[in-house]
Write a protein that binds this ligand. Structure first.
Ligand SMILES: Cc1cc2nc3c(=O)[nH]c(=O)nc-3n(C[C@H](O)[C@H](O)[C@H](O)COP(=O)(O)OP(=O)(O)OC[C@H]3O[C@@H](n4cnc5c(N)ncnc54)[C@H](O)[C@@H]3O)c2cc1C
Ligand code: SF4
Length: 325
């Protein structure tokens, strides 16, 4: 492991000044970053600990604002969040382990990187995300966990954050700050698609810090369904975040996003339009509406199962959000 210096930032301004120095990595909970150091994914000259910055806490109002340094456990345990945003609380409760959630922060969660095994490999293998231009081992290798939407020949990885999927469904905003001031990025656009720039994961610039996440409305009828290979301490094979408002038994509006299917949370916009007026307990009609968003699906040999799994997860999440199961 390369030698690096360690310093602690006592103010946001200090952290931003540190970011202006090339070779700096910010450290929040350290649960992802320390793995990168060990695996050689990142080799910074200096680590700047940001855990003492005043970016921790939950402001409960009509607009919910969560400081970037609030831990996953703190958000998940908030009675306000559990009551008004079950989808958010569930996405956090189903992530990682209690020990990790006690350390890991909301900002760090959004900045985590893919779990593609070739990207995380101990011995270097071709991976355009890790070494641009080296190739993509996954395309000709183990394809079971890869993307079915929005991938490119450069990279077919998925993003592993559960939280990001819930935030995309809830039309959240990621508030970021640089020396130039504040900028607001819709959660649906915060994570990038690989295109020709597979090394990139988010829209965050190197000189920017995530300061908060904001949610514009409450979503008491919402749910997060995570499908994984074992019941705890495992990343999603596929996940679905759904929020509905009902007029009697019918859907007045629906928000649905999928995880485990793309390099970013995948919002089902076409399906959302088709869901309007559908009875919340009509499983077949819900399924037909969800299918509207799968015309663009491009599964690979080995991950075709995700198409039907994701559709069923979305239907189940909707029905649970609407109280029909
Ligand atoms: C074994 C294991 C299992 C896991 N399982 C899951 C899972 O099932 N679901 C899931 O969603 N996640 C899972 N995770 C990921 C976990 O949620 C992340 O490791 C964690 O959220 C990262 O937060 P952190 O505060 O520790 O970030 P750090 O490790 O401190 O930082 C990670 C990156 O984020 C950057 N960063 C941190 N805060 C900010 C900020 N405010 N502004 C800008 N950049 C920032 C850092 O510079 C660094 O580049 C798992 C992790 C592990 C190790
Ligand atoms: S899918 Fe992406 S992360 Fe995985 S090997 Fe290919 S380029 Fe690397």
């Amino acid at each position: 492991m390369k030698t690096f210096t360690y310093a602690r930032a006592d103010s946001v301004e200090e952290a931003l000044a540190a970011l202006a120095e090339p070779g700096t990595q910010l450290m929040a909970g350290g649960t992802e970053l320390v793995n990168w150091l060990k695996e050689g994914i990142e080799q910074p000259d200096r680590l700047v600990d940001i855990t003492r910055l005043p970016l921790r806490g939950i402001e409960e109002a009509h607009v919910l604002r969560i400081g970037a340094l609030t831990t996953m456990s703190e958000v998940q345990a908030s009675p306000w969040v559990r009551r008004n945003y079950p989808v958010l609380a569930e996405s956090l409760l189903r992530a990682a382990s209690p020990q990790l959630r006690n350390m890991a922060t909301i900002g760090g969660n959004l900045q985590q990187r893919t779990r593609c095994p070739y990207f995380r490999s101990d011995t270097p293998v071709p991976c355009n995300k890790r070494e641009p231009g080296s190739g993509c081992s996954a395309l000709s290798g183990e394809t079971g966990g890869l993307a079915i939407f929005g991938w490119s020949e450069q990279c077919v990885a998925t993003h592993p954050s559960d939280l990001a999927v819930a935030l995309a469904a809830l039309d959240a905003t990621i508030v970021v700050r640089s020396a130039e001031g504040e900028r607001r990025i819709p959660a649906t656009e915060f994570h990038t698609l690989p295109g020709d720039e597979p090394a990139r994961t988010t829209e965050l610039r190197p000189d920017e810090l995530i300061v908060a996440v904001e949610l514009p409305y409450i979503a008491p009828n919402s749910f997060y369904l995570k499908v994984r290979e074992r019941v705890s301490y495992e990343f999603a094979v596929v996940s679905a975040a759904a929020a509905v408002s009902l007029a009697g038994n019918e859907i007045a509006s629906a928000h649905v996003a999928l995880g485990g299917v793309a390099h970013r949370p995948w919002r089902l916009t076409a399906a959302e339009a088709a869901l309007s007026g559908v009875a919340i307990d009509d499983k077949a009609a819900l399924g037909r509406a969800i299918e509207q968003s799968f015309v663009d699906a491009r599964p690979l040999a080995g991950n075709e199962y995700k198409v039907i799994l994701a559709q069923r997860a979305a239907v189940r999440a909707l029905m649970t959000a609407g109280g029909a199961v």
